[in-house]
Design a protein around this ligand. Structure first.
Ligand SMILES: Cc1ncc(COP(=O)(O)O)c(C=O)c1O
Length: 290
């Protein structure tokens, strides 16, 4: 597997960093995960824009212009054997004597790797997945895509312990997001999405889903969603670059929804899932940008 570290393409086993790297010492870094379909990165410009916002938020100067990032991503994709990949891109502040305040003028550490892209299984798409609801114990800057993911890892582990695919998070009685995805709910035919704020990651898939809802005139409201609305929703979905649009069919072991579709993926989710697949196919057929 070909990786990239500080200007060099090399096998992942050969990629090593000094122990004083602030990514290792403090989790002082940011990252992106970019899905690649048929060797074409999906929404690359949006991922690069979010990367820039994360860097700005923690005052790491962007070490490369967008054209260079496109080139590195292209080379990682070409250097690995899979048609569909997940490209992981990480930048840390760099190597320095341990001291909390950000040192100035460090050389950022840049790392990229790729893995096979594993979308939800046909069984998961058909039947949905189980989730638990947990208190969002993370910090107040969840809008920054930082590698410091211990809170997210603790929450996802609690979900896994409960045999669930995801932990859906609430803070002060309001839905935020999930441990590694955004959350949408459907109530009486209207899709509800929590607005972007410092409490959630601005998901690239979240934006695609909102575009799909708009383009297809599917009723939706971007507004705060209460825990009570989450728990009494007709449908709950999670979205992310790897999970795409995936129905949550049980919450804390209780079936989501009412009547016939209780505990089954709902009709709005099925429609948006199909539209998402069409959207992906359309984008992938369009001419590649420079
Ligand atoms: C906490 C969190 N929220 C939301 C998302 C979804 O973001 P995206 O759609 O850009 O993958 C992720 C993705 O990893 C995440 O970690």
């Amino acid at each position: 597997m070909t990786a990239f570290l500080n200007g060099e393409f090399l096998p992942i086993e050969k990629a090593t960093i000094p122990v004083l790297d602030r990514g290792f010492i403090f989790g002082d870094g940011v990252y992106e995960v970019i899905p690649v379909y048929s060797r074409r990165p999906f929404r690359l410009e949006e991922h690069l824009a979010r990367l820039q916002s994360s860097l700005d938020a923690i005052r790491i100067p962007n070490p490369h212009p967008a054209a260079k990032w496109r080139e590195f991503v292209g080379k990682i994709v070409a250097g690995n054997p899979w048609e569909d990949q997940n490209v992981y891109l990480q930048i840390t502040r760099g190597v320095a004597k341990r001291d909390h305040a950000f040192p100035k003028s460090l050389m950022p550490t840049v790392f990229l790797m790729a893995n096979p892209l594993v979308p939800p299984t046909a069984e998961q798409v058909k039947n949905g997945v189980a989730a638990i609801v947990l208190a969002d114990l993370r910090w107040l800057r969840c809008d920054i895509k930082t590698t410091a993911l211990l809170g997210n890892c603790m929450l996802r582990t609690l979900a896994a312990d409960a045999g669930c695919a995801e932990a859906i998070l609430v803070r002060d009685g309001m839905l935020t997001e999930a441990s590694a995805s955004n959350v949408f709910v459907v109530k009486d035919g209207t899709v509800l999405a929590p607005p972007k704020s410092h409490l959630i990651l601005p998901g690239i898939t979240y934006d695609v889903v909102i575009e799909i809802l708009r383009e297809n005139a599917i009723a939706h409201e971007i507004r705060p969603v209460t825990e009570a609305e989450l728990r009494s929703a007709d449908e709950v979905w999670i979205t992310s670059s790897s999970r795409e649009v995936l129905a949550v069919t049980t919450l804390d072991e209780k079936a989501v929804g009412r009547g016939e579709s209780a505990g089954r993926p709902g009709p709005v989710c099925a429609r948006v899932y199909a539209l998402y697949q069409q959207f992906k196919a359309r984008v992938m057929r369009a001419p590649a940008h420079a």
